[in-house]
Design a protein around this ligand. Structure first.
Ligand SMILES: Cc1ncc(COP(=O)(O)O)c(C=O)c1O
Length: 274
């Protein structure tokens, strides 16, 4: 992965940076396809909204795309990461008198990830996601819960781990949002207390609306896995990950999942392996 820190290729991050000390910041992970930042508008909108909620200065959109283009060079496919932190600070949680945010942009050239129609194997994590409306929905730099959850398995055959909150509600994957197909409709966890408002989740919800498929945001309990006709995870980088097996339940692709996957592929926003 190559990086620009505040626009400079060889810059270092200050050891007093509050992103390092407190996880005081945000990040975005963006798929790059054919030299384009996929859904840049949606990623930037989430970043702006989250910066406002965290009282962080909003990074300039033009500077971000310009630096991203510089960093990508001739590479056309991969993953772009934007990290914004509150920058250097004195000891203590109090906000600095003047904020000099750090903005790091990283790019990793990678082959395009295909969404596997056959599905992935997933596990249910024991590490829980905490509930906090103050940080819910955002991609903050505080990812310890996901780090611990991801440390629960080492089997390369397992692609994702499902996480619950302390009330046992299903929230999403360690790095993805969750959808369940039930009674021919889509169901996805409500994210007002935990989870990330995923860019791909919003794409799925928009497409479902356009296709006339009901999509319900609800509290989902683990029992839904038994009733579910299909289950899939979404994420901006991997697209749609249907689940073949989780917690002893097995799923085959439901027509609604296939409609969503094909619809997204037709819109050019995921690549499916058929
Ligand atoms: C915890 C979590 N939930 C959901 C998502 C999906 O978000 P997006 O669709 O914007 O990639 C991510 C992405 O990394 C994530 O880390």
């Amino acid at each position: 992965m190559r990086w620009l820190v505040n626009g400079a290729p060889d810059a270092q991050i200050d050891v007093t940076d509050r992103g390092f000390s407190y996880g005081d910041g945000l990040f975005e992970t963006i798929a790059v396809r054919n030299g384009q930042l996929r859904f840049f508008g949606a990623h930037y909108a989430r970043l702006v909204l989250s910066c406002r909620r965290l009282l962080l200065p909003v990074p300039d959109q033009h500077a971000l795309t310009e630096n991203a283009t510089r960093l990508m060079g001739d590479d056309t496919d991969g993953t772009l990461k934007i990290i914004v932190s509150r920058g250097p600070g004195e000891r203590g949680y109090r906000l600095p008198k003047t904020t000099q945010p750090t903005c790091a942009i990283g790019f990793s050239p990678e082959p395009v990830t295909l969404s596997p129609v056959d599905g992935i194997v997933a596990t249910v994590c024991t590490t829980r996601v905490s509930s906090n409306p103050a940080t819910a929905g955002m991609k903050t730099l505080n990812r310890l819960e996901q780090v611990l959850a991801r440390a629960e398995w080492d089997d390369p055959a397992v692609a994702e781990g499902l996480m619950q909150n302390m009330s046992d509600d299903l929230i999403g994957g360690t790095m993805s949002n969750l959808f369940v197909v039930l009674r021919d409709q889509l169901w996805t966890p409500v994210l007002d207390e935990s989870g990330v408002h995923g860019v791909m989740r919003a794409q799925v919800m928009n497409l479902a609306e356009d296709l006339g498929i009901a999509c319900n945001e609800r509290r989902l309990t683990p029992g839904v896995l038994e009733e579910a006709e299909d289950v899939f995870f979404t994420n901006a980088r991997v697209g749609v990950w249907p689940v073949a097996r989780i917690a002893g339940y097995e799923y085959v692709r439901h027509p609604r999942t296939l409609e969503i996957m094909r619809g997204l592929a037709q819109r050019g926003v995921i690549e499916c392996a058929h």
